[in-house]
Write a protein that binds this ligand. Sequence first.
Ligand SMILES: *Cc1c(COP(=O)(O)O)cnc(C)c1O
Length: 368
Amino acid sequence: MTKVGETVLEIDLRALEHNYYYLRSKIDPKTKFLGVVKAFAYGSDSIAIAKKLETLGADYLAVAYTAEGVALREAGIEVPILVLHPQEVSFATLIEKCLEPSLYSRTIFTSFLKMAKDLGQSDYPVHLKFNTGLNRLGFGEKDIDFIVSSLEGVEHIKVSSLFSHLAASEDLNEKEFTISQIRQFEKISSAIIPKLNYRPKRHMLNTSGIINYPEAQYDMVRSGIGLYGYGNEAAEDENLIPVATLKTIISQIHKIGANESVGYNRAFVSKTPKVTATLPLGHADGIGRQYGNRKGEVSIHGKLAPIIGNVCMDMIMVDITGIDCKEGDEVIVFGQEHSAEALASSANTITYELLTGISQRVKRIYKD
Ligand SMILES: *Cc1c(COP(=O)(O)O)cnc(C)c1O
């Protein structure tokens, strides 16, 4: 293992490759694969990840906002990029950068169509998003007539796909609900597609959808968290390899006596003598205050050390009593040897939040 000497997020592109092939093995070889690289590729590095996915043969990428897609285009990424949640103010930029919008409401649809027309576009690829129960974004069944009539004879845009998003694909207690979402999508999409004189793609599955509902893979799947090495369930985590490892080092070690406190507001008061280590990362790096006060643990030489006291902006203190370590030693906050899933759940949150919260202050390095 290379010594890092400071807080870094180490990105393992071979792990990404492994996860990509694993997820692909779960679907038909003909099914297209969209890699979700929104939010800095789940807190890692969207450009490095997008380049690797492009090399691996991913058919599509997706981001949440237009600016994220612009950054990928400016880095030379050429595969089609779906923008999941664009706003009207960014439509001109979106077209200029050949990004493909998700159109999710009548307002957004009408405004994008006008922009495509004003900019002299023909057959500009768009994706229609349908709400089948998540109640977040998307057209409903009531919009079918609007969509069909608005598309009649239109040359400025062309529907590249119809899609929807599952609300609880990782939760098998909600199987009935998920199946009702799939049925609703089937119903809506089958009402629209025959009215077009071409065949758009259909897609619905995120990572847990690929694992639990492969029968609903349609023409494409959209995976995010699985690519980064987490499967939302222990059995799947075993088949995946975490891409990002957050590493740091021990800056200083203190021996504290009984009744001494550690950190701001004296949140930790020791009953017995202890040994503590101060680490150079804090809430400004994405390890939020919820991990403090013995909720979260870091790994030092394979042993778990709880975070004690309040998380500071730039530091955390951990209890290393009984752990054989010294100043300058490496600490794993999460990653291949200490799962982000375990750390996130210790503070009642989810891997998605922990990963995407790692701030841009943390240097990204690459393991090859
Ligand atoms: C973020 C997102 C995904 C990826 O979901 P994962 O659970 O990370 O695989 C897929 N589709 C949409 C619409 C999303 O917003």
